[in-house]
Ligand binder design. Structure first.
Ligand SMILES: Cc1cc2nc3c(=O)[nH]c(=O)nc-3n(C[C@H](O)[C@H](O)[C@H](O)COP(=O)(O)OP(=O)(O)OC[C@H]3O[C@@H](n4cnc5c(N)ncnc54)[C@H](O)[C@@H]3O)c2cc1C
Length: 285
């Protein structure tokens, strides 16, 4: 297991905010994770860091990071099940699925995420959500330090939410995805078409963490912000994207506080003008 002292999180959070943590651990096995939690229970967990806002420049806490590590993936062609450790990217899950002509994970292709993060967030697009293909999750329960497994129906998977968001005492170790046999070329075409559609609309040329807010019932966030003239609204180095108002981008030297100030201002404006309470999708750490 790799361990770093005074570790820069800049390239481990997709906003690329400058932040340092006291120590960063990159576990490679379940045994590594258990060993860590036997010594200390108070870590901040990161998957691939594509949905987090670092609110502090320095964390006097240790991080456990699943990004490029803890990433074994197995495909069972008989059952059409993919088994993936928490640090596998869901891009890889969709690529492996396509390679073996397995359909269902096409929507994973363009969501930047680890398997663990996708389960926590019930990540999804218009084309599908994690809930649709997740069959089982294996996790470490920090209450009794036992490894447990739970099926989809026991994970309270709803729109960009799951039991793991509310219960911080569970560390996701592995997930199983139930796919179905399909045609490799058709699967590839769906993946690429979805990616092209998304890149046309999203500000991929700047560091960002995807949609800042959850979609309120019956409304779309972008048009509400556009109506309020918030497109391009800037605080410090952070800006509401001119390409898609539902995104905040880092123009180069944004701090977490810049992003949080934009969010506060936006939420106030939206509440006053539309009576809508915008819920922040991104996790503030
Ligand atoms: C350009 C762009 C486009 C995006 N598009 C979409 C989209 O279409 N749909 C969508 O749903 N999201 C989208 N997102 C947001 C992001 O990709 C997802 O929320 C993703 O699932 C986050 O996964 P992650 O591994 O990066 O998690 P992180 O951001 O690292 O963490 C998210 C949360 O999960 C927790 N966590 C991570 N790993 C574990 C674990 N092993 N055990 C327990 N808790 C854990 C963290 O503590 C944190 O609370 C987009 C982001 C970007 C940058």
């Amino acid at each position: 297991m790799k361990v770093y002292q005074d570790f820069s999180l800049k390239f481990y959070n997709a906003y690329q905010i400058e932040a340092i943590c006291k120590k960063a651990f990159f576990p490679e096995s379940e045994a590594d994770i258990i060993k860590l939690y036997k010594n200390n229970q108070d870590y901040i967990l990161l998957g691939s860091g594509h949905n987090i806002i670092c609110s502090k420049p320095y964390y006097d806490k240790d991080f456990i990071i699943f990004n490029g590590n803890f990433n074994t993936l197995k495909v069972d062609q008989t059952t059409s099940i993919i088994e993936a450790e928490a640090g596998v990217t869901i891009y890889e899950v969709s690529n492996e699925a396509q390679k073996y002509s397995l359909s269902g994970a096409e929507f994973f292709y363009d969501i930047p995420s680890s398997v663990g993060g996708a389960v926590v967030m019930n990540a999804g697009t218009k084309e599908g959500e994690t809930k649709k293909i997740l069959s089982k999750v294996r996790y470490l329960d920090l209450v009794d330090m036992h490894i447990k497994e739970k099926h989809n129906e026991d994970l309270q998977l709803t729109y960009r939410n799951s039991v793991f968001q509310r219960q911080k005492d569970k560390v996701i170790l592995k997930a199983w995805f139930q796919l179905k046999k399909g045609d490799a070329e058709e699967i590839k075409a769906i993946m690429e078409a979805s990616k092209a559609r998304r890149w046309e609309k999203q500000p991929r040329e700047f560091p960002n963490c995807g949609s800042v807010y959850k979609r309120p019932p019956g409304r779309f966030v972008g048009p509400m912000l556009d109506e309020l003239g918030l497109k391009g609204y800037r605080v410090g180095g952070a800006e509401i994207s001119k390409k898609h108002s539902g995104f905040i981008i880092n123009l180069g030297d944004a701090t977490g506080q810049d992003i949080l100030s934009i969010i506060e201002h936006t939420r106030e404006q939206v509440k006053t003008a539309f009576g809508v309470d915008l819920e922040v999708e991104q996790r503030i750490i």
